[in-house]
Design a protein around this ligand. Structure first.
Ligand code: Q9C
Ligand code: ZN
Length: 371
């Protein structure tokens, strides 16, 4: 399989994130992508290439231009405003209740991007879990180019290709970054495919978290079907979207399918959900599926609570391949670093119909496997 990778992700060099008001070791770190790159290289069946520059137009086709401009200058603003922090995190977020009783029209007029960079980060940001540093914008732009180059390979005739995107994208909405995500790589690609082919596109999101950004971007669109399997937002980030009764509106009515799962979800639970998701995609038109691929569903993931093991990724990849559609596979989350390479190898080999022989010494013990 063709893999697109750029070392420019290394510029998004973070070691701390904020969780419930406290600085904690970052989850979404450079080592993640390097682990996957190393494992796929050692496998020998993956051919790597560099992304090509696609410019800003495909980004502003799904994102507000103001978000792009903010992310571009955010770090120099931190410096210019002499904010003594190692990374940018918001001061205040505009909670919906701040505007209770004020008409929607008035809210539109009153809520403006402030000058203070801590306020600007609140205006454009969802949460404190997306630390922004000097190289973040460049890395996020490179991730978009990785995604679009992966799409080019598939439009050029590859049956499946994998974009090793970092930072990830599925929490980024039209006018918002957050959840370790800055630009929505999968949404940018799905939108670009509709324009390039005139066909409908499906997005299958198998990251542990609900892809609130992708859902928001396509909520009213009839040409992109979004299907997501994720932790129930009742207990998991992003908390305020991702429930089973969210199905889209207007032309997008019925084009959004959320499959929330309980804590401790097993391989069997996951395969059942996968079959439902595959069925929902097969029921619609189109020849290309964009996969938002996350491994935070793994039993040992530090921020997930599912119980999946490596062999189920091979089977999930295989079941998605039974759709017999072309696949643009883009990396999202997954934070148990020692297993990331093996899990990616298992999934991608499954999607290609190849066998998977686990490496004998992966150096960690799976929770949830029968010893
Ligand atoms: N205790 C992706 O997987 N909350 N984003 C972390 C840690 C933010 C996940 C809480 C999770 C964002 C792409
Ligand atoms: Zn995730």
């Amino acid at each position: 399989m063709q893999v697109v990778y750029s070392s420019r992700h290394l510029a998004h060099d973070i070691d701390t994130e904020t969780f419930m008001g406290v600085g904690v070791p970052a989850n979404e770190v450079a080592e993640r992508a390097e682990r996957i790159r190393t494992a796929l290289t050692a496998d020998g069946e993956f051919a790597f290439s560099e992304p090509t520059e696609h410019g800003e137009a495909p980004i502003t086709a799904v994102h507000d231009e103001g978000l792009v401009r903010f992310l571009e200058v955010a770090w120099s603003e931190v410096r210019a405003q002499a904010i003594p922090r190692a990374f940018l995190s918001a001061d205040t977020y505009p909670n919906l209740a701040m505007f209770e009783g004020i008409s929607p029209d008035a809210v539109q007029r009153l809520v403006r991007e402030p000058g203070h960079v801590g306020g600007r980060a609140g205006y454009w940001g969802l949460d404190s879990a997306a630390p922004l540093v000097a190289g973040t914008y460049d890395a996020a732009r490179a991730a978009v180019d990785v995604a679009l180059t992966t799409m080019d390979l598939v439009l050029g005739g590859e049956r499946a290709a994998y974009g090793l995107c970092r930072p990830p994208g599925h929490h980024a909405a039209r006018s918002m970054y957050g959840g370790y995500c800055f630009f929505n790589n999968a949404a940018i690609v799905a939108d670009a495919i509709t324009r390039a082919t005139g066909e409908r596109v499906a997005i299958l999101d198998v990251d542990y978290h609900h892809g609130n950004g992708t859902q928001q971007i396509f909520w009213r669109r009839g040409d992109v079907r979004y299907v997501s399997i994720h932790a129930d937002p009742e207990r998991a980030y992003p908390y305020f979207l991702g429930r089973a009764d969210e199905s889209g509106e207007g032309e997008g009515s019925g084009e959004n399918l959320n499959i929330p799962l309980r804590a401790g979800a097993t391989n069997a639970d996951y395969l059942e959900a996968t079959d439902r998701a595959v069925e929902a995609i097969a029921a619609g038109p189109g020849s290309i599926v964009v996969v938002s691929l996350g491994f935070d569903t793994y039993g040992l993931d530090p921020i997930g609570d599912f119980a999946l093991t490596t062999d189920v990724y091979h089977e999930v990849g295989h079941r998605i391949a039974t759709l017999d559609r072309r696949l643009v596979i883009l990396q999202e989350g997954g934070y148990h670093r020692p297993s990331l390479g093996e899990n990616a190898r298992a999934w991608l080999r499954g999607a290609e119909g190849r066998a998977f022989d686990p490496l004998p010494s992966s150096g960690f013990t799976e929770r949830g496997t029968v010893a």
